[in-house]
Design a protein around this ligand. Structure first.
Ligand SMILES: NC(=O)c1ccc[n+]([C@@H]2O[C@H](COP(=O)([O-])OP(=O)(O)OC[C@H]3O[C@@H](n4cnc5c(N)ncnc54)[C@H](OP(=O)(O)O)[C@@H]3O)[C@@H](O)[C@H]2O)c1
Length: 248
């Protein structure tokens, strides 16, 4: 283990920890000495990841969590506080991208993205903000995307949810005062399982093709998250954009 003083012994809850960016972040932070609390719907993946972290000498626990359910997110934060006595960081990372043209009228996909990508983040804030206020410290890391800066056809709703994540995060930062920190992480194309959430086969094939051509490793995003976390308490890294060099 290569511990880092700004990460060592921090208690970090990560939603969407079962694969991709969440999984890479859990592995990196645990390697640097954090106690990670993993949430996602598929508990078999979380169990395997927690075992892998423990095998490497790290500390992890998990709870099956659907971020569409406020009670699940509250229970995940509660697990961290009860198990480790505090919560330093909440990484609101769970997200889906069933992209399509608006003309397709995939209204259920739109609703799903709003529920997971926006309401899931809000439930995270609702669960952790009172804990952070009581403690007098705490750090939100919210995963947005480069599509949360600029939209393109098929990504309108996904982009809209991530524009919302950025707006909510910036509002939270302004309201947070001098003790809490808020970071937005905006990745470009990253090699993950995100395309599994896509329901339109043509859009999915196109995204998978782009990912195969240029996507970067989720480790790159994990390193950016670690950078924000390891800063001194008076340094608030507000947004990091990390994208492939090849992404236009
Ligand atoms: N990959 C990219 O190119 C890219 C670019 C920009 C931003 N992002 C953002 O990065 C974040 C992570 O995505 P990823 O790329 O790492 O994709 P991923 O590999 O599909 O990971 C998403 C994770 O979220 C979990 N999840 C999905 N729905 C959930 C729900 N309702 N409740 C709790 N967990 C849920 C999934 O596990 P379960 O299915 O077991 O719940 C999985 O662990 C997302 O917010 C995404 O929008 C990704």
């Amino acid at each position: 283990m290569q511990t880092s003083p700004g990460i060592q012994d921090k208690v970090v809850v990560i939603t969407g920890a079962g694969s991709g960016i969440g999984e890479a972040t859990a592995l990196l932070l645990a390697e640097r000495g954090a106690k990670v609390v993993l949430g996602a719907r598929r508990s078999d993946r979380l169990k395997a990841l927690a075992a892998r972290i423990a095998d490497g000498g790290g500390e992890a626990c998990y709870a099956p969590t659907d971020v569409k359910r406020r009670d699940d997110v509250s229970a995940l934060v509660k697990l961290a506080c009860e198990r480790y006595g505090k919560l330093d960081v909440l990484v609101n990372n769970a997200g889906i991208a069933p992209n399509s043209l608006l003309d397709d009228l995939r209204v259920e996909d739109w609703e799903e993205m709003i529920d997971v990508n926006i309401k899931g983040v809000l439930y995270g804030i609702a669960a952790a903000l009172p804990v952070f206020r009581k403690q007098g410290f705490g750090h939100f890391v919210n995963t947005a995307t480069t599509a949360g800066h600029k939209t393109v056809p098929t990504m309108s709703v996904y982009s809209g949810t991530k524009f919302a994540v950025r707006a909510i995060s910036e509002g939270l930062r302004q309201e947070a005062g001098d003790k809490l920190r808020v970071t937005i992480i905006s990745p470009g194309f990253v090699h993950t399982n995100l395309a599994d959430s896509m329901t339109n086969p043509e859009v999915k094939a196109q995204i998978v093709g782009t990912m195969d051509k240029m996507a970067i490793s989720p480790d790159a995003i994990a390193r950016a998250i670690a950078f924000a976390i390891e800063q001194p308490a008076d340094v608030d890294v507000n947004e990091i954009i990390v994208r492939p060099t090849a992404q236009g």
